[in-house]
Structures are given as structure tokens and as C-alpha cells.
Design a protein around this ligand. Structure first.
Ligand SMILES: Cc1cc2nc3c(=O)[nH]c(=O)nc-3n(C[C@H](O)[C@H](O)[C@H](O)COP(=O)(O)OP(=O)(O)OC[C@H]3O[C@@H](n4cnc5c(N)ncnc54)[C@H](O)[C@@H]3O)c2cc1C
Length: 370
């Protein structure tokens, strides 16, 4: 492992790997990434893997556009196309969620996201297995779809290494060495790396790592479960991702199987706690929204953490008062789709002095003080 580096990236999830690759691509080659376990072992390997333009807020749609551009040019950039299947993303609103969906649609239309508003009858025409009795409104973005986060992470890792970056798995950062308010090194379980800059891309542990340098990152981890059924042909391959907005229950095809997700429980542990019994709640909503799913057998499941900030926007850029400490965290439920944006913007901030691909003011740590 290197003992000196121009930048140390802490965290080998999709965001940390994107930072590593984009820093290397900008010519900063003496970079080292430390990951306490294996690459992708955090939230990045546990997501529903959706890549969407149909986000809720202008800022997150803008991040999606930056990310989208890179994902669509992935082949030219990294020699391998993004494994992306444009299945579409459909949102359903009951009366309780109607205003929320109307607000989302208004923002999406303003931002030129290709969104189609649907009546309940149109919803059922597209996805006949959905029960629309209590649905008042739907929307679909047909260009949204599923990517393969593992393939993306491997591509970033390979690309970064080819450019001279170093990746250390099973090495945990344990502290930051500060010298007169400036970053001077990163302490790890494998020794200290002397460096003037560090990127905090530690997902669910970002608050803890921020606290090492006196930051109070308002990040709360929320747990979500995903369950996979056995082969289930009653839901056809051309079915879009379906989100029941009121309770954030969703399903989509996963190969021949069906993936269902749900849950927003606050977690005090850095490790997601899989609760097999949670499937009862998931099945309860399935019974209402897509009753045919009661015929499917749940084969397996897992839990993952979403590191959310109070405004559901990430924290990006230099932290005030600690020279050399850069955040790339708080990605909530969007960190996979926004990975190219996180890496591009972080690399611009470090290598060029400021972000040029988009305005990052809404993502600054300083916003929390207001
Ligand atoms: C159920 C579920 C569904 C989701 N669905 C989607 C979706 O459809 N689309 C989407 O875009 N996003 C989705 N997300 C969110 C997405 O998974 C996250 O936003 C994203 O993975 C965050 O990436 P990251 O690199 O910041 O964090 P992580 O992938 O968690 O990576 C952080 C890494 O840092 C490492 N680390 C932490 N502390 C240290 C340390 N001290 N030293 C060394 N290494 C350390 C961890 O081991 C971890 O590997 C979902 C999340 C969940 C849980």
C-alpha cells in the first residue's frame, strides 16, 4: 500500500470508485482508495439499481442529467457499455399521495423530463396486474431503467487502476491526521497514508468519518428491504418498474423473477439488519397493489441502508474549516444512478478548484448551518 498519495478516497462503493476514476482521468494519478471490506459491499451492492431522470427535485434531476450523459457514453469512456435496460419507471398515486405526484410531475415537466401522465385506466393498460381501484393518478418515464451497479463499479475500478490509481480492499480508515487545521494523512488498519486531501465517500458511515474532523453531517441511515421471488412468468418481461408512492412499495422484473422493495426504518447500526419477517409487510402491500404476486414464492432477500440528509440532497465538496477534507456522501436513495455525477463533480472540485458541470451550491455542507 502506498504511504503517500495526492488524494485518499475512503470508501469503495460506487461513489468512491467514481471519484477515484474521475480524479485519475483528470491527471491526479497518485491516488489511493481504502475499503474496509470488499468493493460494493455497502449499499451499492444492495440497491434496486434504477437509473432515472424522473426524480422529485430540480437539483436531483440536474444530477441525473449529468450522470445520464456519462452512463450513455460509458462504452467510449471505459470500453464497456453501461448494462442498461430501459424498462420505464411508473409511479402510482392513491388519493393520499396525489399531491406529491402532481408536484413531482410539475418539476419533471419544467426540467424537460419525458414524463407521461396516466389515468388509472392507462396504468392498467400498461401493467394489467396492477389493481387501480384506489389509484387516482399515474405517471411513467419510459426512458428510465435498470443498470448493473456491479459492472459499473468494476469498470470504474479497472479504469482507475489502468490510470495508476491504487485500490486497497479490507483496509479500514480509522482516523484523519490534522496539522494546523489541514488534512495531513489518513490512518488505516494498514498504516498511515500521508496526504493533503481526503474524500469521504463512506456511505452509511459518512457521519462518523466527518466527526473525525469535527463536522456534524446531518445524515440518518434508513433501512430498506428487498425480496426476490422465484421465476414468475405471470408478470411479463416488458413490465416497467412500478412504485406505489404512498408507502414506497415497488416491484420490477429481475430476470425471470420479481424484485419487491419497501421500508423506511431508521437504523442506528452501520450494518443493515435483515429481518425475514418484514416480508409480511411487503406481501401485504402486494396483496393490495398486485394481488397476483401472492402466487409467487419469496426465494431470498436482503436489507440495505440509505444515508439520507434532511433535504434529500447529497453533501459535496470541501468542508469549511478543515482544509483538504472533501465530502461525497449523503446520496440517500440515488447514489447508484448519480455515481457519475458524484465522481465528475468531486474531481472537478479537487483538480480544477471548482465544479463546472453543474451548480453544486445546493449540495454544500454550509447549507445545514442556515
Ligand atoms: C434497498 C435499496 C434500494 C436502492 N435503490 C436504488 C436505486 O434504485 N437507484 C439508486 O440510484 N440508488 C438506490 N439506492 C441507494 C444507493 O444504493 C446508494 O445511494 C449508493 O449505493 C451509495 O453509494 P456510496 O458509494 O455512497 O455508499 P456505499 O456503497 O455504502 O459505499 C461506502 C463504502 O465505504 C466503506 N467504508 C465505510 N467506512 C469506511 C472506513 N472507515 N474505511 C474504509 N471504508 C469504509 C463501506 O464499507 C462501503 O463499501 C438504494 C439503496 C437501498 C438500500
Amino acid at each position: 500500500m502506498r504511504t503517500t498519495a495526492d488524494v485518499v478516497v475512503i470508501g469503495g462503493g460506487i461513489q468512491g470508485l467514481s471519484c477515484l476514476y474521475h480524479l485519475a482521468a483528470k491527471g491526479i494519478r497518485n491516488i489511493s482508495l481504502v475499503e474496509l471490506d470488499l468493493l460494493g459491499s455497502g449499499s451499492s451492492g444492495r440497491s434496486a439499481a434504477m437509473l432515472m431522470l424522473s426524480m422529485k427535485r430540480e437539483e436531483t434531476i440536474a444530477l441525473s442529467f449529468v450522470a445520464w450523459k456519462e452512463y450513455m457514453a460509458f462504452g467510449e469512456l471505459l470500453g464497456e457499455p453501461t448494462p442498461f435496460k430501459q424498462i420505464g419507471y411508473m409511479t402510482l398515486a392513491t388519493r393520499a399521495a396525489e399531491q406529491e405526484l402532481r408536484d413531482e410531475i410539475a418539476v419533471q415537466q419544467k426540467m424537460n423530463v419525458p414524463i407521461d401522465v396516466l389515468t388509472p385506466a392507462e396504468v392498467q393498460e400498461i401493467v394489467p396486474v396492477v389493481n387501480v381501484e384506489d389509484i387516482v393518478l399515474g405517471a411513467i418515464c419510459r426512458t428510465d431503467g435498470v443498470i448493473d451497479p456491479h459492472a459499473v463499479m468494476q469498470a470504474y475500478a479497472r479504469g482507475a487502476k489502468q490510470l495508476g490509481a491504487e485500490i486497497n480492499e479490507r483496509v479500514q480508515a480509522t482516523g484523519i491526521v490534522l496539522e494546523n487545521g489541514r488534512v495531513d494523512g489518513v490512518e488505516t488498519t494498514n498504516g498511515t497514508i500521508s496526504t493533503p486531501r481526503v474524500v469521504n465517500a463512506t456511505g452509511a458511515r459518512a457521519k462518523e468519518v466527518g466527526a473525525w474532523v469535527g463536522l456534524d453531517l446531518p445524515i440518518t441511515n434508513y433501512q430498506r428491504h428487498i425480496f426476490i421471488t422465484d421465476e414468475f412468468h405471470a408478470i411479463p418481461q416488458n413490465t416497467p418498474f412500478v412504485m406505489d408512492l404512498e408507502v414506497e412499495w415497488y416491484f420490477r422484473k429481475e430476470g425471470e423473477n420479481v424484485l419487491m422493495g419497501m421500508g423506511r426504518e431508521e437504523s442506528t447500526s452501520f450494518e443493515p439488519q435483515f429481518v425475514p419477517e418484514f416480508q409480511e409487510q411487503v406481501i401485504e402491500r402486494a396483496a393490495l397493489r398486485a394481488p397476483i404476486l401472492l402466487n409467487a414464492k419469496i426465494l431470498r432477500g436482503w436489507a440495505g441502508l440509505r444515508a439520507l440528509t434532511p433535504d434529500d440532497l447529497p453533501v459535496l465538496g470541501y468542508a469549511p474549516g478543515v482544509e483538504g477534507f472533501v465530502n461525497c456522501c449523503g446520496w440517500g436513495g440515488h447514489g447508484v444512478m448519480h455515481a457519475p455525477a458524484g465522481g465528475i463533480l468531486t474531481a472537478e472540485i479537487i483538480a480544477d478548484g471548482n465544479a463546472t458541470s453543474m451548480d453544486v451550491t445546493p449540495f454544500r455542507y454550509e447549507r445545514f448551518a442556515k
